[in-house]
Design a protein around this ligand. Structure first.
Ligand code: HEC
Length: 558
């Protein structure tokens, strides 16, 4: 984020006078939010809408008292103390009696009016109304009355622990702070012709959308593809606002989204330019057009498996692959599998899919696949691509004619890139299960370097993380996606490839949510098992890796 260069006086005054955080008092409706807890699990308030009550209590390590929540009541601590933070919370309270949600930006606590450790809110999660505001020490006494719906006091004592001091209020400037932040984190999709449904073109647009922006940021819905940045290895271009950016953006919105655009300081969002080249990587060596797909106006469309014969007269080394969707509004994702000349029957091809041998893919927001470190993937003469294509309907019938650009190495590359998968294919997720855990292992038989990770599940996917168990017994987390979102199929690229000695295991752990609380779940009442269709599930932790010593054999014909 750019720092403030000039501080317009009028703006500073507006902040000093007019700004109060929108703290909820008892009886008021509160906004939805999502936070990651001290153990890395994602919690969203609205997820608990089937509970009779949710208790939210401001947490401090020294003050926390255990509380045994009765059935139908969910107890969540929220820790916004700047002196504590995720790593301390994880170290000191690994086995806390309740999840401790880590409010790094402090904007959830500020919105809820949790100002001191011990402050407590009892919320009706279905209506999002607060039922009681008081001190957590009163919980045992007031909860029965609150649950029975009896009329009674709605306000108790405030918390008596440490004050939650927030970061100093600094004046926020639209042109210096907000616009550059949105340009960096959002406008890559939110521009004219981009994949998002509205474009961040000027201040008026942002102001008009500001209430919605507040909500999507507080619930971690935008930017999509967020990971748990407290664990795992560094990932390239990782999505998400820093806690400081989050706080700056929300304080600006809560102050009425003021503008400091004038004749001397033009609107930075108006001047942004975007690459309109059809293929962002330049002209491909080979271009294929996928057979036209008819997309109806409404309904759920099953996955389509579309073969694309590559008609290669020689073996080729692929260095990159890019998909250009014909209709971005309907093409949801593509996973490309290679079917070799020997996979003749559809059954043979499907076995390849079920094994999870992908070569690349497309999803909104996903970068084109490019193989690093002078490596490539071999595609044999006579092969076809088999595309798993997923479409969504938009209310208007349309056709999609997606193009695939393939970029080749002129000479065989130095290294061979391989695909792998840590997946589980035999499972049954019971109806209504909220968290059915699954695990897949990829055994690394020879020394290798791990480059990319691409979690893939369907509607019921809840979370997935990857860790590595080394032959010496050590194990470490590589990536954690605490809230898997079926709408986004990101390929996470490690900033530095990770060495995996022979005998290592890549373990993908995750869970399916087959309950009605999962808004993406088409049918909570049916058991779900592995399958290629959307109504079935997949649990694939795709990997891209390079085995040491895998050298390209000479090309068959050049
Ligand atoms: C990778 C692409 C991408 C990025 C980056 C991105 N968005 Fe979005 N955004 C979308 C798409 C696509 C939609 C519409 C579908 C949806 O709501 O998921 C959307 C929808 C929205 C909506 C409307 C939500 C609704 O329910 O109508 C808001 C508000 C929004 N984005 C704000 C942001 C903000 C703020 C950022 C940056 C902090 C951001 N987006 C970053 C792609 C993106």
């Amino acid at each position: 984020m750019l720092r403030l260069v000039s501080r317009p006086l009028a703006l500073a005054a507006a902040f000093a006078l007019g700004f109060l955080p929108p703290a909820a008092s008892a009886g008021e409706r509160i906004g939805d939010f999502a936070l990651i807890d001290h153990r890395g699990q994602h919690h969203q308030l609205s997820y608990y809408s089937d509970q009779k009550a949710v208790v939210l209590a401001a947490h401090g390590i020294d003050e926390a008292a255990g509380f045994e929540a009765p059935g139908g009541v969910t107890f969540l601590y929220i820790n916004a103390l700047q002196t504590e933070g995720r790593s301390r919370l994880t170290d000191v309270t690994p086995e806390a009696s309740a999840p401790i949600l880590v409010d790094e930006s402090q904007m959830v606590s500020a919105s809820l009016g949790l100002n001191r450790v011990g402050d407590m809110l009892i919320v009706n999660p279905a209506s999002m109304q607060t039922r009681y505001r008081g001190n957590v020490s009163e919980l045992r006494d007031v909860l029965p009355a609150v649950l029975s719906g009896a009329e009674g006091p709605v306000m108790g004592q405030p918390g008596n622990g440490r004050a939650i001091t927030s970061a100093a209020f600094e004046p926020v400037s639209y042109t210096n702070d907000i616009a550059p932040m949105l340009a960096e984190h959002c406008a890559g999709c939110h521009h004219e012709g981009g994949i998002a449904p509205w474009a961040m073109t000027n201040h008026a647009m942002i102001k008009g959308w500001s209430a919605m922006i507040r909500e999507v940021v507080q619930t971690r819905r935008m930017p999509p593809g967020q990971i748990d940045t407290h664990v795992g290895k560094p990932i390239l271009d990782v999505a998400g606002l820093t806690p400081d950016e989050h706080r700056t953006l929300l304080r600006w919105i809560d102050a009425g989204a003021p503008s400091d655009v004038n004749t001397e300081t033009p609107d930075p969002l108006t001047g942004l330019e975007y690459d309109t080249k059809r293929f962002s990587l330049g002209e491909p060596d080979l271009v294929y057009t996928v057979p036209v797909q008819e997309i109806p106006a409404t309904g759920v469309i099953d996955y389509r498996y579309v073969p694309v014969p590559l008609k290669l007269d020689r073996d080729v080394w692929v260095r990159a692959m890019e998909f250009i969707p014909g209709d971005r509004q309907v093409l949801h994702h593509v996973i490309a599998y290679v079917s070799t000349p020997s996979d003749r029957s559809m059954r043979g091809i499907q076995t390849g899919v079920a094994r999870g041998e992908s070569v690349g893919g497309f999803a909104p927001g996903r970068q084109p696949d490019q193989f690093r470190d002078n490596s490539g993937r071999l595609i044999r003469k006579g092969s076809s691509l088999l595309l798993q294509m997923h479409y969504t309907t938009t209310g208007r019938a349309t056709t999609d004619e997606t193009e695939i650009g393939i970029y080749l190495h002129d000479a065989p590359p130095q290294h061979v890139m391989s695909g792998g998968v840590a997946g589980q294919r035999r499972f049954m997720v019971p109806p209504h299960a909220r968290e059915h855990k699954l695990e897949g292992v990829q055994e690394i038989a020879r020394d290798a370097w791990l480059y990319e990770l691409n979690p893939h599940m369907h509607f019921r996917g809840k979370y997935m993380n990857y860790s590595v168990e080394y032959p010496d017994g050590r194990s470490e987390m590589v990536l954690s996606v605490p809230k898997y979102d079926f709408n986004w199929q990101f390929n996470y690229v490690l900033a530095d490839p990770l060495f995996l000695p022979a005998g290592s295991k890549i373990i993908a752990r995750g869970a399916m949510d087959n309950s009605a609380q999962n808004p993406g779940n088409p049918d909570p009442s049916t058991p779900v098992h592995f399958g290629l269709q959307t109504k079935h599930e997949m649990f694939f932790g795709f990997t891209t890796l390079r085995y040491v010593g895998d050298k390209p054999p000479a090309l068959v014909a050049r």
